[in-house]
Design a protein around this ligand. Sequence first.
Ligand code: BES
Ligand code: MN
Ligand code: ZN
Length: 510
Amino acid sequence: MTALTLKPDGAATLRTDAVVVGVAKGAKGPTVAPGAEAVDKAFDGKLAAVLQTLGASGAEDEVTKLPAPAGLKAPLVLAVGLGAAPEKGESYGSEQLRRAAGTAARALKGTAKAAFALPVESAGDVAAVAEGALLGAYAFTTYQGGEKTAKGAGNGPKQPLADVTVLGGKPRDKAHKAAAERAVALAAEINRARDLINMPPNDLTPESFAAIATAAGKENGVKVEILDEKALTKGGYGGLLGVGQGSVNPPRLVRLAYTHSKADKTLALVGKGITYDSGGISLKPPGHNETMKCDMSGAAAVFAAVITAARLGLRVNVTGWLALAENMPSGSATRPGDVLRMYSGKTVEVLNTDAEGRLVLADAITRASEENPDAIIDVATLTGAMVLALGNRTFGIMANDDAFRTAIHDVAGDVGEAAWPMPLPADLRKGMDSPTADIANMGERMGGGLVAGLFLQEFVGEGITWAHLDIAGPAFHEGAPYGYTPKGGTGSGIRTLVRLAERTADGDLG
Ligand code: BES
Ligand code: MN
Ligand code: ZN
């Protein structure tokens, strides 16, 4: 994990490998953003002109590397685009800073140390730059560079930036220090979640995921309980068992509990943890199954949020439920037409074994409801329909309470996650009527993301506030990296869940 240090100033004098400066898009060409005055001075005040000569515009995600002039201790200056400069009297936006820091950190892969001389005015700015840098300094290299015949060093992949200094950050200022500590905990857990998502499904099974959760729980004072296939059978968890029965890797339900002695609210988080979604007997065609190791991103997000809440010592109880199973076709797999008896007692006719997420979540939501939490939030890569509706970068929010849905949308905006409220139209329920069982696991194709939401809603305990985040679009990034978003697992939803827990701890939510 990348180390983080705050320093009030010293862009010119700091012993480091690179100094990052911000370039904004101005009306008359690129302008050097505040925070880089000492660096500009070393360029005789001509840094903007030099950058313009090199073709820089200050656009987002633009990187220009320059050899440092005499007068700077660091050998390299990296100018990163911030996009449009703020209006006079306004500050740079958090997400603007987070993305620029992330882009710079990514461009410095293979470098050991860098100082970020970006426009930092407040503790919020410290948080944004730190988060962006720590999230940008991520690489999934576990499976690379281990060839036995490789000759010595230099054959492995480039390592992420190891050491980040945020200039403009005051280590003795309480708010700055707290912002830095929060960023370190949050980024570490997001990066761990990314590792889990990126881990190939032959290594990440329900059992090994549960073992990882157990170890992390122990380390962070979080209680972990695991229901294995025996306990699930005994308890009648027909959803988890039905989805998992085609695989040689049996299902697990993991309960993580972070508690605070002075908490007066409890949040229950439920994550879809399909370690591989082949579709089952309703097998996915080629082109749709290559990335389905990502189908446990919801469980990874819940895991990360609970551990982060514990690391930050938030004054709120947070319970995490990881609904883990592998969805495979085999002679023992659930068939389309089978009826499952769920943990709630409800029967479900499985019309499509590829609509498995709602089955494992239903059991976990019923179980979570038994503890009567103040709210349940489930997170899931649930439907392709949500990706069609909102694209690859935005998750959908559904809820049984309008104010709660709005609050989550606000929180997401606050932490820089793209999200959008979606409805749960009652008329779509009848499409799931089954001639054989209480409900079918599939309904109308149109509005498929909302149909899935309506299915889950049926398993929420009476009177419990509930929201559903469908992160199928943003959970796994297949395009080129941008800002602090790498290729592969992104850690979508985690920042929203953590802020939600903080708001709940502060008494700002109902
Ligand atoms: N895991 C998929 C949803 C998904 C799609 C996640 C694309 C990430 C990217 C889910 O289990 C699924 O297969 N859903 C089906 C439901 C349908 C059969 C009712 C879908 O969306 O096609
Ligand atoms: Mn599926
Ligand atoms: Zn799935």
